[in-house]
Design a protein around this ligand. Sequence first.
Ligand code: SF4
Length: 458
Amino acid sequence: MCGIFGVYGHKDAAALTQLGLYALQHRGQESAGIVAVDDSGTARVSRAMGLVSEGFDDEEMTDLIGPISIGHTRYSTAGSSVIENAQPILARVRGGHIALAHNGNLTNAVELRRDLENQGAIFSSTMDSEVIVHRIARAQGATPEARVANALVGVEGAYCLLVVLDETVIAARDPHGWRPLVMGRLGDGYVFASESCALDIVGAAIEREIQPGEVVAVDRHGFRASQGLRPAPLNRCVFEHVYFARPDSHIFGGSVDRSRRALGRRLAVECPAPGADLVFAVPDSSNSAALGYAEQSGVPYELALIRNHYVGRTFIQPTQSGRDAKVKVKYNPVRELLEGKKVVMVDDSIVRGTTTRGLVSLVRAAGAKEVHMRVSSAPIISSCYYGIDTPRREELIAARMSHDELVRHLGVDSLGYLSIDGMLSAMPDGPGGYCHACFSGRYPTAIPSEPELLRAGG
Ligand code: SF4
């Protein structure tokens, strides 16, 4: 759960990166950072805890000069919420530098780190991403991109990377393609971003996605692309389309808004609510799915729940106490719409159930006669090890309770989840090539042997 952004060949590279990070703020709100490299090859870094808007004052931005820049917004779990774990990482090596921004989680980081420590490597953070920096520092290669590709041999799990090796920008995506990474052009320059919405904000033309296993490089010798990593089965994260990415982005070959509407339409077919007076979303990530549900069912769509935009996302707040307190601060129902009505409440997912339970009680207190909960994804029953910070299995409510228990616990009149097949059929290019492990429990790769040591990724 991180956002990465990078620029090559624009005089205001760091300022563009800051703008790009604004557009990727939803991917991580805990820290933000920018590295810039000037014309003489000097790299500078600025990192701060908190939001992009809080992280960089004018003085810091003035220092971040040069035509090359990469940036990162980060979310992490409790315990690793420290500035040492903010990215990009900047390391000085062999008279040059390596800067790295990583989105994803490595599944064998613990083993790789132990090997490196046994060889004398010293780590300054608890991030799995630092392992990659050490490997790049040690790797050989005829070109900068070959060096990065060689460093990635044996690295398992999910990664989209932006690396600056001296004055070369390199973008790489793991062979399974878990996380999105897109590339655009801005004048003579190149722009890279986790999602296309970040290219829009800087006015870059979207060129294409970085392909799974691809390593691309751009420097004064020009742009080079190669299938640098050994091909592997596609495991793109279905949850990016369900919840995580912005609806104005195109990822994995299609529009997130379109896939969410398709999820909502399919949900209306699989889980109708006969006689409902209105359908509304748990804003904002469920808006498109609720619209799809309304389109398909013919039930009127209403804005019956209002979100306060000045409070962060419930799901990605690091502590449970913060999460509880924020439900009421974050949402308020529109009584005039709900009073005496049989309503369909659409959400994209239920994780711990705390927010849903709080919302149902808010909606009932506002006078709703019946509350029918509809979820535009399947029940989440397993943890993610590939870069989305779902909690441990014991905390996942659908893993702990039967359907009837969930109905009682959430306080709803009925509860309907989309099937896994229904969810996959709504993806832009059909159901193949997606990871659905958190919904099915079927992990496409070996899972980490010591997952508790792994929860500090980018
Ligand atoms: Fe995405 Fe779930 Fe797979 Fe994680 S386990 S990559 S959240 S689909």
